[in-house]
Write a protein that binds this ligand. Structure first.
Ligand SMILES: Nc1ncnc2c1ncn2[C@@H]1O[C@H](COP(=O)(O)OP(=O)(O)OP(=O)(O)O)[C@@H](O)[C@H]1O
Length: 258
């Protein structure tokens, strides 16, 4: 069953066609990677999927419902969460507070009800705290819950972003370069975390430049070039595709799959 279905998607910026006639399906419960050289259209695609950009043409269906053109908060409420290429952390908040921001996407409380501290609100707050604590533990961050984000290393903050996204209880997580800036040990941990997110039942859509990670963690890989689909297949198929090797000038895809 496809959780996400993209059909004839297009985004033009003036004369630049950032994404062109793009169609693909992401099966529920899989890790699906989108790769391509710089400028291939990956970030533009993520921005359309998460409601930041309205496509110039085409359609996006999530869980059988059309979502293209919806604003980001509506897309988030339908169950698509996202992490960013550049950290989007509130540095003056604690780790737990940062993660609770993610839960509020799921909350239904209005400002007046919250101010009156109605029993329903207190229940909702307890629920959010529980979700946040669970997401922190899932990402191995429980020891950092009370620490201020500003004092923490980059690798921990990358995981914090993932915990915040998971705390919103999404059905799909869009991960934009989760391994960027990580060292080898942290990248290995990230690989384990991505697999566990998938095992938890959250479908993962991954944009990543680290080909080793992509090939080890993904079920399916979609290759973009100049906004268009070059090919799609298993990691093995994609690595051996002459067109893919040419697009990368034979460089980045040369490594073994373990
Ligand atoms: N807001 C914008 N205005 C004009 N052109 C844009 C805009 N965003 C992206 N583009 C252009 O669209 C194309 C695709 O860019 P995009 O950032 O989506 O690629 P990418 O695959 O994410 O690249 P990278 O791997 O470097 O992050 C590029 O030619 C880029 O210059």
């Amino acid at each position: 069953m496809a959780l996400l279905r993209v059909e004839g998607l297009e985004k033009a910026f003036g004369g630049v066609m950032a994404v062109a006639d793009l169609s693909f399906e992401v099966p529920e419960g899989s890790v699906y990677a989108v790769i391509g050289p710089n400028g291939a259209g990956k970030t533009t695609l993520f921005n359309m999927l998460s409601g930041v950009y309205t496509p110039t043409a085409g359609r996006i269906e999530f869980a059988g419902r059309r979502i293209d053109g919806l604003p980001p908060h509506r897309v988030a409420r339908l169950g698509i969460a996202r992490t960013f290429q550049n950290l989007q952390v509130f540095f003056n908040m604690t780790v737990l507070e940062n993660v609770m921001v993610g839960c509020h996407l799921r909350g239904r409380t209005g400002l007046v009800a919250a101010a009156l501290r109605l029993p329903r609100i207190l229940r909702e707050e307890r629920q959010m705290r529980a979700w946040a604590e669970e997401a922190l533990a899932f990402c191995g961050l429980e020891a950092y819950a009370g620490r201020e984000a500003a004092a923490l290393p980059y690798g921990i903050l990358k995981r914090l972003e993932i915990a915040r996204a998971l705390a919103a209880q999404p059905r799909m997580l869009l991960m934009d370069e989760p391994a960027a800036g990580l060292n080898d040990t942290e990248t290995l941990e990230m690989r384990g975390l991505i697999r566990r997110i998938c095992e938890r039942g959250v479908t993962v859509l991954l944009v990543e430049h680290n080909m080793g990670l992509v090939m080890e963690v993904s079920d399916t890989v979609l290759v973009l070039d100049y906004g268009r689909r070059l090919t799609e297949g298993s990691p093995e198929q994609v690595q051996n595709d002459p067109e893919v090797i040419a697009a990368y000038l034979g460089g980045e895809v040369e490594y073994a799959v373990s």
